[in-house]
Design a protein around this ligand. Structure first.
Ligand code: GLN
Length: 494
């Protein structure tokens, strides 16, 4: 049996029945990481000893029959999530030596169930990017074709699932960073509603947009991970006090009623966007037909402020980032320049050496846009447009249960292809950014492969706190496609 190919759901069954042990499963995944991750670069930190000792404890718990759903399941974590005693770099030189004293709430939840934490995954520095090329440490390559990017910023987390280095992973999504790499790597990614998952211990990029969510092999696993990570947390004042359903019930709803009665809205502004790849358009049309065949009614909707989404996001996110990143000053965390003669010089040198070019660019944009005299013209104005974007969504949801779109206008691009052109890189976020600005959930589900063999996903965005509809429709779609993406062709080294 290929242990590394197991989904979370299958691993749970095999662990519970005693057919496999968590130590065996963890070893097999670690072996793979050591065999192939030189080529893929999914991880920044892998701690075999910690993972194996967690697996051993998990096996003892399972032997007593006291296990929780994630006991013994190996999970990888984006290196933007604080892990007590384990280096947390955020993909940045400035935190290259940072070892947190506490766990993020989501990490605590995994530990409480005795999950196995297999390692910390690579990312664009502080989550800023769409290709994982902005990591201060190394590139991550797409397991489907190593000449291509895995997407980003959670590219390491998506590549780790696609390359079968873990059963599932956690990523974070500020403007698409879970959904877009999931799409480019042929796996499932879910950005929950803002407030669904505690951000405590997630190093902030843009606090009003950031959310943590699962990246998994299939929709069932996404539901299982949602059951674990969601819920109110007094340590995060933006975390919502709403009930957490059993998300796996969404899957049963599909089995009972197919998708009859559901309405999907297709924004008329989306398919006309400049630069959309014809293969993405064809994939999207086919996906729409599949959903129709399952009983979904397709309606045309309008999100009239779509043309302002990228500009608005790239004011709001850098403004919040410039404020959040001010704390990395060489005094409290991470590296410090010791050659300086005075405090200001030390700040300047530490930041110049510690932050990479994309992060510096965003700090400059954000600081400029927030400065006296400019605030109203930029941040103030962008916040007003954000309200209009939110209103577009509420109006659209009067007509449909979820909004259907491609995840990204193009499949994964070649490594280095867009690095010299930040604007093209920013434009590639066009379909994912609005869910963060409106605070609504979005899921990315594999939907096809290009002629060149690169995966593409479709996105479904739902009403606030209605992840259930996304999981139900996503599960139905996945079933109909019969895992249409042939995962066996992934990662030719297999
Ligand atoms: N690509 C977007 C950015 O660079 C989104 C990143 C994210 O979701 N963390 O800001």
């Amino acid at each position: 049996m290929d242990l590394h190919a197991l989904t979370i759901a299958k691993a749970q069954k095999l662990l519970a029945s005693g057919k496999i042990s968590s130590v065996e499963l963890t070893r097999s995944l670690l072996d793979r990481v050591h065999q192939y991750d030189d080529r893929i670069g999914a991880f920044i930190t892998v701690d075999d000893d910690q993972a194996l000792s967690q697996a051993k404890v998990a096996d003892e718990i399972i032997a007593k029959g006291d296990q929780a759903p994630f006991t013994g399941i190996p999970i990888a974590l984006k290196d933007l999530l604080c892990t007590q005693g384990v280096k947390t770099t955020c993909g940045s030189k400035i935190l290259g030596n940072f070892v947190p004293q506490y766990d993020a709430t989501v990490v605590e939840k995994l530990k409480k169930e005795n999950a196995v934490l297999i390692g910390k995954t690579n990312l664009d520095e502080f989550g800023m990017g769409s290709s994982t090329e902005n990591s201060a440490f190394h590139l991550t390559r797409n397991p489907w074709n190593e000449a291509y990017v895995p997407g980003g910023s959670s590219g390491g987390s998506a590549a780790a699932v696609a390359a079968r280095f873990c059963c599932g992973s956690l990523g974070t999504d500020t403007g698409g960073s879970i959904r877009q790499p999931a799409s480019h790597c042929g796996v499932v990614g879910l950005k929950p509603t803002y407030g669904r998952v505690s951000r405590f211990g997630l190093v902030s990029y843009a606090s009003s947009l950031d959310q943590i969510g699962p990246i998994t092999r299939d929709v069932t696993d996404a539901a299982l991970m949602m059951n674990l990570i969601c819920g109110n947390d007094p340590k995060d004042s933006t975390s919502a006090k709403v009930d957490v359903p059993d998300f796996t019930q969404a899957l049963g709803q599909f089995e009972k009623n197919s998708l009859k009665g559901m309405k999907a809205g297709i924004p008329k502004e989306y398919l006309g966007v400049e630069g959309i790849d014809p293969e993405v358009v064809t994939m999207f049309e086919q996906a729409t037909k599949i959903l129709e065949s399952l009983g979904v009614e397709i309606v045309e909707i309008s999100l009239p402020h779509t043309q302002y989404v990228v500009a608005t996001y790239y004011i709001i996110a850098p403004c919040e980032a410039s404020s959040n990143l001010a704390r990395f000053d060489g005094v409290r965390y991470g590296i410090r320049d010791y050659s300086s003669q005075d405090l200001i010089e030390m700040y300047k040198k530490t930041k110049s050496q510690g932050f990479g070019p994309e992060v510096q660019r965003r700090i400059l944009i954000g600081t400029y846009a927030l400065s006296a005299g400019y605030y109203d013209a930029y941040y103030g104005r962008a916040s007003q447009v954000r309200t209009l974007i939110m209103e577009d969504f509420s109006r659209a949801f009067d007509q449909c249960d979820f909004i259907l779109s491609p995840v990204a206008p193009t499949p994964a691009f070649k490594i280095g292809e867009n690095t010299g052109d930040p604007l093209t890189m920013y434009l590639s976020d066009i379909f994912t950014l609005s869910a963060n600005m409106a605070g609504v959930p979005g899921i990315s589900v594999p939907a096809g492969v290009t002629a060149a063999g690169l995966p593409m996903g479709i996105q479904m965005m739902g009403k606030r706190f209605d992840e259930m509809s996304l999981l139900r429709a996503g599960f139905g779609f996945e079933r109909a496609l019969d895992n249409g993406i042939d995962n066996k062709t992934a990662f030719p080294v297999l």
